[in-house]
Write a protein that binds this ligand. Structure first.
Ligand SMILES: NC(=O)c1ccc[n+]([C@@H]2O[C@H](COP(=O)([O-])OP(=O)(O)OC[C@H]3O[C@@H](n4cnc5c(N)ncnc54)[C@H](O)[C@@H]3O)[C@@H](O)[C@H]2O)c1
Length: 397
């Protein structure tokens, strides 16, 4: 048993908290001590389950002297206010992706972290998945020569999962880019060293009933010469988890017979009933996620090096080298998202910041915006706010 767990407060007891909760509960390095939630039922459920204190506002949570770090899991557009309040209260922060919707908010959050001296970590995101970290280590080993090209793609029913109205308005952070694209961008940046240079992209906004970006394809170059393609469709009928051994995003086997369930559940619902349906997936109301048997993942990813191609799987990395083919396992722990706890505990207790800092999150957000801009203008976009794995920045002319 760890004698000195991080005393964690949670802002926002919704779907994201539900998904990360098994990692918090299973890990002796974390103690849940307080939460902020506007709904009294959620606060009561938190106090009942964890014995901590439920507050009606994030400001009150940020003033609780018993809280050392805050996991901000409120809707995207609230991240800036909540993260800055937490940092000003002297807390370390783990903020769920994306860091924010606007670049201006992201800059303010990074500045607030620098000023407070607190750690700002952006996660969980799929760049924390163990097979991604393993692939990064294999690339770093030099055994396979230079990394040349990465392909990442994912086809899901994302756009047809129940949504609040603003989740279907791009300017408020709706659509696939800020919620889903950011995972893919984070993973690809991690594999390619972080310093993206130039991007060209197209987006799809194809369903007038859900008028936001549901798909994109982007071509991205990196310092050092590697390039990557990132493709995502949240309109998919074909589900690319078929190519991930039928393991879903959260690391559990896909239930059989669920074809078309997301679209079917929306038939006949107006916006209000749809938003209500979303709350049935949150803490205190929703079912806990199915038990993960594998790592979480974000669709097929292939990294092509001079002397081998690396295929990320929900269990590890399959290496296709010149004359041999082998599998390197990434051992699966008792619950997913332990890597995020490693990062939080490492930062708070050992002063070891992960790659996924505030600046890292800002750089990934810049790529999201660049995809929208390139799609709108039809021109490539040069990136200017990128950082590497060790946070170093490169200057672009
Ligand atoms: N990493 C992941 O796997 C994952 C999954 C889902 C969502 N997310 C991220 O988490 C964030 C929340 O998304 P969600 O799907 O959980 O939304 P959600 O609507 O299910 O949850 C948001 C919660 O915030 C609460 N809230 C609203 N205003 C608040 C306030 N002022 N103070 C405290 N709580 C407040 C709401 O009551 C709700 O319970 C988003 O940024 C999203 O990108 C991440």
């Amino acid at each position: 048993m760890t004698s000195d767990p991080v005393r964690l407060g949670v802002a926002g007891l919704g779907r994201a908290f539900m998904l990360t909760l098994p990692a918090f509960q299973a890990d002796p390095r974390i103690r849940l001590v307080a939460a902020a939630a506007p709904r009294a039922e959620s606060r009561a459920a938190f106090e009942r389950d964890f014995g901590g204190t439920g507050y009606a506002s994030v400001d009150e949570l940020a003033s609780d002297p018993n809280v050392e770090a805050i996991y901000v899991a409120t809707p995207h557009q609230m991240h800036a206010d909540h993260v800055i309040a937490a940092l000003k209260g002297g807390k370390h922060v783990l903020v769920d992706k994306p860091l924010s919707v606007s670049m201006e908010d992201a800059e303010r959050m990074v500045a607030a972290a620098e000023e407070s001296g607190g750690h700002l970590i952006v996660g969980p995101s799929h760049s924390f998945d163990a097979p991604v970290a393993l692939a990064r280590r294999l690339i770093d080993s030099g055994e396979f020569g230079a990394l040349r090209m990465v392909q990442a793609f994912n086809y899901t029913d994302f756009l047809y999962r129940p949504r609040r109205p603003e989740e279907l308005r791009t300017e408020e952070g709706g659509g696939v880019l800020f919620s889903q694209g950011i995972h893919q961008i984070d993973m690809v940046r991690l594999l390619c060293g972080g310093q993206a240079e130039t991007l060209f992209a197209m987006t799809g906004n194809w369903d007038p009933d859900r008028p936001t970006e549901g798909a994109y394809s982007a071509l991205l170059s990196f310092a050092g010469g590697a390039f990557a393609t990132l493709t995502y469709s949240g309109y998919a009928h074909f589900d690319s988890d078929i190519w991930m051994d039928d393991i879903g995003e959260l690391g559990a086997p896909k239930p059989s017979g669920g074809y078309g369930a997301a679209r079917s559940a929306l038939i006949g619902l107006d916006a209000e009933s749809e938003a209500k349906l979303k709350t049935t997936r949150t803490f205190g109301q929703g079912k806990a996620p199915a038990k993960a048997t594998h790592h979480e993942h974000f669709g097929p990813v292939i990294a092509i090096c001079d002397r081998a191609d690396l295929r990320l799987t929900p269990g590890g990395v399959e290496i296709f080298a010149d004359t041999e083919r082998r599998f390197v396992e990434a051992p699966v722990g008792p619950v997913p998202r332990q890597e995020v706890i490693d990062a939080l505990y490492g930062a708070v207790r050992q002063g070891r910041a992960p790659a996924q800092s505030g600046h890292w999150g800002l750089a990934s957000l810049e790529v999201c915006h660049a995809i929208l801009t390139s799609a709108e203008t039809g021109a490539p976009v040069r990136l200017g706010r990128q950082c590497g794995l060790n946070q170093e920045e490169i200057e672009h002319e």
